[in-house]
Design a protein around this ligand. Sequence first.
Ligand code: UD1
Ligand code: UDP
Length: 361
Amino acid sequence: MTLLHVTGARPNFPKAAPVIAALADLGERQRLVHTGQHYDDRMSEVFFRELDLPRPDVNLGVGSGSHAEQTAAILVGLEQEMLATRPAMVIVYGDVNSTLAAAIAASKLGIPVAHVEAGLRSFDMSMPEEVNRIVTDRLSDLLLCTSPDAIAHLAHEGAPADRIHLVGNPMIDTLLANLDRMDAERARASFGLPDDYLVATLHRPGNVDDPESAGELVALLHSAAARADIVLPLHPRGRAILEALGLDDHPRVHVVEPLGYLEFMSLVRGSRAVITDSGGVQEETTVLGVPCLTLRPNTERPVTITHGTNRLATHATLLPLLDAALSEEVVTTRRPPLWDGHAGARIAEVVVDWLAEHPRS
Ligand code: UD1
Ligand code: UDP
């Protein structure tokens, strides 16, 4: 009996690592598929070097493309993999195209699906991730939630209560397990940054695909750099457009390649504030107590606002919110329930119990 994990994009790797490790501790046989959605060394391989992740058993190598091209290629590759290995369950993570394709491929073959990070909703159907979340949840036999709001959304959508489990946040397991390896001072020095600096990451289509919006963002980031140096590990999605718009034409803007997990989290840990549109970074800053300004009109992670340091920002509010964050001496946060470093173990237990209760005929 084999459990199949499907990963493919950067945010999947820190979420899958603690789940795979916890299931290994329980003696489960597992396979790991990498779809190849992300493929640059710094978007993929670096996580396998740095985190407690086994090598993928197979890499489908799908690469980039339109949503249809990418999702279809993953579907075809995963169907072959699942027909060949007949896993007892497929475990999927987050809200990327690899997640959606894996849930569809498995459910069409009658293979149970467990969704880690189920029930998050931005209620913004213009985000591809929202479509992926809703469809994946509808197809999942186990809905493994990181926060109570997710449970409420799933219940409201009619998901059976016995499928839903509050398990905590495996992304935070990885963060807490690696805290000792995050040397903020060394990372700061290696980038030649002063004591007070900001970190920024931007990759949402709504921020970086449209030249007009991207141009406004560049101007805003230059104004932010007048307050403090900014280091920007740029996701490949927006790199060409942001650079063409002159993002790094400012002496205090430091544009760098995407960073490995440890270097990135070290920089975040030591920063005065973060400007981002990332899902994971909203969660990590909540736990680290670093002010986070999220350049989005909504978030599917409201606990990072109610419990953490996160604030939604528009082009109009970013600089005043940044000034407020920089003047804050003590940042107080409450960790969301069960963001305690043990989500992977809880997920493993729920999965193993479910399999025992649903023996394969
Ligand atoms: C994907 C996810 C998004 C997630 C993000 C995390 C979907 C629909 N989107 O967005 O939810 O927040 O990953 O990082 O699944 N590229 C490279 N090298 C790579 C990967 C991508 O150069 O290793 C470039 C390609 O030009 C590609 C573009 O980035 O076309 C976008 O990649 P894609 O995987 O389609 O979406 P992301 O924007 O990365
Ligand atoms: N991350 C990293 N290096 C970077 C940027 C991000 O290691 O340069 C890590 C970080 O832990 C973050 C995760 O990758 O939470 C996922 O990031 P991303 O913003 O790509 O995805 P999202 O969470 O928005 O889907």
